[in-house]
Design a binder for this molecule. Sequence first.
Ligand SMILES: *[C@@H]1O[C@H](CO)[C@@H](O)[C@H](O)[C@H]1NC(C)=O
Length: 501
Amino acid sequence: MRRPTLSLPTFLLLSSIFLFHSLLPTKSFEILPRSSNFGADIDGFNITNFLNSHDSIRLDSDPAVEDVPGEARVTVDALKRALHEHRFLHFPLQDGLTWQDQLTFVQLFGVAFDESLHPNRVPWEGEKDPRVAVFSNNKNHGLVGVGVEGFHSDGNVVEIPHQANFLYCEQTVKGAATLLAPLEEVRNSLPEELLLNVDFTSSHVDNLEKPLAHHHPASGRPTMFFGLGTLAGLYKKDGETLTREETDDINDKISEAIEKVGPYRHEWVAGSLLVMDNLALVHRASSETQATDDPDAIRIMRRVTLAAKRPLRRRDQTFEDYPHRCNDEICLVSLGRHIEAGADHSFPGVEEGNELCRGYFHQTSSLASLTNKELARMAAEIAEELRMPHFLDARKYGTNKPTIRWGSPTTEDEWNNEYPWDDVSGQPNDCDGPGTEPCIFIGPRGKWFDFACNPKRSEGTTPGPEITWGEREMFDIAPLCQVSLEWFHQNENEVQEKREL
Ligand SMILES: *[C@@H]1O[C@H](CO)[C@@H](O)[C@H](O)[C@H]1NC(C)=O
């Protein structure tokens, strides 16, 4: 089946004219951006129905749904992009959503975090599953007093903070709200000097530092990480621990910036689900959420968080030691020496590779689109230099004499379908059956191979491709990014200027 790849603007335009009628015959939904500068409402999306219409999703949904069926994958990818674009997605009218379905929905996006790994958390005795936290104003119904400490991102007590929070309102009390503030705007209204080389530390866990200002690992946009109030330990600047006064001064300025930007107050209605990009927003529960004056007024919230894979990092200042080749417009840059696949060969797939390119370089970066021979030659040189296969921002349509669609939005190529496939090994071949290898990597001698878009996990296969490059062996696939020459140079010049000062 042909799967359209769409840029976000195209996607929004088309979704507003019910694109999803054609993809999901019985369903359609719209992503409606809010008039405020962040957030979107998802209209006409019933999560329970969505999961029911893809029954295969439930079969092995532990711990993550690896093989989301094609049509569902289109929807999930679109929602992921919308989440990074708008920073929170509000799904109203999900009345009756069970905790099992909430968990499965999160697992379509990745791995749900086990909350018992939070060192400062006392489990609630009515807990059904360690991945589903329940909050309340009454201790018979859930954990009380959670999230009111101050504006924060979740996961400030663990090494790798979560990607996203899926917060569902089962029932609520008058005035109970979650306040949200967008971190890019907060950061932009603070002097860079205040944040430079400052690390946030947790008051609950020793030696757990995170860059206070950094770039969002998936969207590449400027962002921050912190927890205010009692969550903050003594910050560090250039590795030196700051005093309480210095730390409080920074936090006061952050609080002022949040007020200046103007948080959005989300008043809860039973049955709604809020999905927050945890690394693009800070949030805090309003005091009304804890109301105890009326013993019959019970608030019940369920939270499942989407785990991330890598610790937060500051972007490197210089890219000299990243293997790269540039022409007079574009640089192709390998992350092969910077991303560890680990012993289980969990190398990043194409979707994650695109995120890593944005996080490491710039929000306009992506995996490489080799639309002409010159770019293909540059990529071949990098692959040979590292002796590593590299994923491209490409999708293959058809098995024999397939066409390739590059990037998002898609770019035309100059190949006339005469791509440098590896003829020796009979590429492209959809090794595990038709449509099983829609993605493409560049391998030895600059030849191209089709492959799954992620490490293969099914029995009888190896995670990475087995190819002959000198010896025949299995390889991990690295991300090959592209970034504009202008940006690549701008950064190097900035570094140069700083060194000269
Ligand atoms: C969503 O779908 C479920 C299952 O079909 C249904 O029971 C529920 O009423 C629907 N919710 C809304 C708000 O339409």
